[in-house]
Design a protein around this ligand. Structure first.
Ligand code: DHB
Ligand code: FE
Length: 280
């Protein structure tokens, strides 16, 4: 049977792609951020996942405002990364796992999550940069992938509670998949940030640190926030935290924290990183 080995949740920020392209990992600005991933690489070399199920949000590359699914699941043989205008070199395409994707989709629809299915899908920085952070080099991905796209861009957005339940439903789907696969769950986005409007540059460290603690010990506490409350507390783009809740929902209750890192700012964003191991 397939087994979820753990979750890695991390911010996704286009400037990371530029730093990788220019080899700035040891630069004083970047070291506190990239340094946080050394422990993740160690953990991945022990956890040895075969597949990454990635909960993220598209920022207008694959889905634009004219057609915005609340939840979409990739079911393609490969996912091509495209630059969104930031001038970052795009990465080697990511291998898909259509059999696992369709198993997840069938299970979700049976579970009353009527997702959009994508047999072709471009992936933006929300998907690609976390992959490049977990497996540096960006040429030979050791895992196949299943993208799970969540609308955090065009309101109305799905509630944190709904996103957590989506994660739980995907977790049930993975648990019932009849292949000996080791699955790592990746949640991307957040933590607090706002890119536009009068509150551009907004960061809320107290709220972020509370979220990083609660997501380990009591994720349900975070599902009680509404989207307007999250916008107020974490910023308009800080709502990307819901992707962490999708990831957290997948792995179940019995987890151990392996590693975390928090650093302000990277570009306009409070960068968070959290690794949880499945102890069920
Ligand atoms: C930034 C953060 C994001 O999450 C994003 O999608 C784009 C930009 C930033 O801080 O620059
Ligand atoms: Fe984003």
């Amino acid at each position: 049977m397939a087994r979820i080995v753990g979750t890695v949740s991390t911010s996704h920020i286009p400037a990371i792609g530029r730093a990788i392209a220019k080899n700035l990992q040891d630069d004083p600005y970047w070291k506190p951020f990239f340094g946080g991933f050394e422990r993740v690489h160690e953990w991945l070399s022990r956890a040895k996942p075969d597949v990454a199920v990635v909960a993220y949000n598209d920022h207008g590359l694959n889905f634009f405002l004219d057609r915005m699914p609340t939840f979409a699941v990739g079911a393609a043989p490969q996912y091509v990364n495209a630059d969104e205008g930031w001038g970052i070199p795009s990465l080697t395409p990511f291998r898909g796992d259509p059999d696992l994707s369709w198993h997840i989709i069938e299970s979700l629809v049976a579970d009353e999550f009527d997702v959009v299915t994508c047999q072709e899908m471009l992936v933006d920085h929300g998907f690609a940069l976390p992959m490049a952070l977990l497996w540096p080099g960006g040429t030979d991905w050791p895992v196949t992938t299943v993208p799970i796209s969540v609308n955090t861009v065009q309101h109305p957005l799905p509630t944190p509670a709904r996103c957590y339940k989506l994660g739980q439903a995907i977790g049930r789907a993975i648990d019932s998949y009849d292949e000996d696969l080791r699955v790592v769950v990746i949640g991307t986005g957040g933590l607090s940030h706002q890119l536009d409007g009068t509150r551009a540059g907004f960061i809320n460290k107290d709220f972020d640190l509370m979220c990083m603690e609660k997501i380990v010990s009591d994720p349900e506490a975070l599902t009680r926030y509404s989207i307007p409350q999250l916008v107020e507390l974490a910023g308009a783009q800080g709502v990307e935290l819901v992707n962490w809740l999708v990831a957290r929902g997948m792995i179940g209750k019995n987890v151990e924290k392996v590693h975390s890192n928090y650093h302000i700012p990277i570009s306009n964003t409070a960068a968070g990183l959290l690794v949880l191991e499945n102890r069920a």
